[in-house]
Design a protein around this ligand. Structure first.
Ligand code: MG
Length: 161
């Protein structure tokens, strides 16, 4: 790879279930439901991880950290993002900025957007001004609108180091 700049996109969706902590972007939110998953179910960090890996044309999160591997059961998704970051750095690139859309009907995410952005920035070693977190409801439509799932879309720009 010899491009100065490369961009990646990531997407993920997880089912909402009772009796699970709701972890988004590495922080725990007050909620009576949480995201199911082999790891901590952090749909935001999974989408960011895939966007980062995709920017450097690395294998995707499912290939690198298969959910059939007991080593990743209950693992903090922040740890997966740190490992992905190392791969991208080894490929000679570093993250520049991150843009995220969380698709969720509830809980209301606006009180958490700033802390979610800080958390992503901290994991990636970026200034908080380089990370944007937006939240969209699904206007009651589909599985997200029914509160059965949350999804996340992310974009990451990387720059040659
Ligand atoms: Mg996932």
């Amino acid at each position: 790879m010899d491009e100065q700049w490369r961009v990646g996109i990531g997407y993920d969706i997880h089912r909402l279930v009772p009796n699970r902590a709701l972890i988004l972007a590495g922080i725990e939110l007050a909620s009576d439901v949480g995201l199911s998953g082999h790891s901590d179910g952090d749909v935001v960090l999974h989408a960011v991880t895939d966007a980062l890996l995709g920017a450097a044309a690395q294998p995707d999160i499912g290939e690198l950290f298969p959910d059939t591997d007991p080593a990743y059961e209950g693992i903090a998704s922040a740890e997966l993002l740190v490992r992905a970051l190392k791969r991208v750095r080894d490929a000679g690139y570093g993250p520049c900025n991150v843009d995220v859309i969380v698709h969720a009907e509830r809980p209301k995410l606006s009180p958490y957007k700033a802390s979610m952005a800080s958390s992503i920035a901290e994991i990636l070693g970026l200034p908080v001004t380089a990370v944007s977190v937006k939240a969209k409801t699904a206007e009651g439509l589909g599985s997200i609108g029914a509160g059965e799932a949350m999804a996340c879309t992310a974009s990451v720009l990387i720059v040659k180091q």
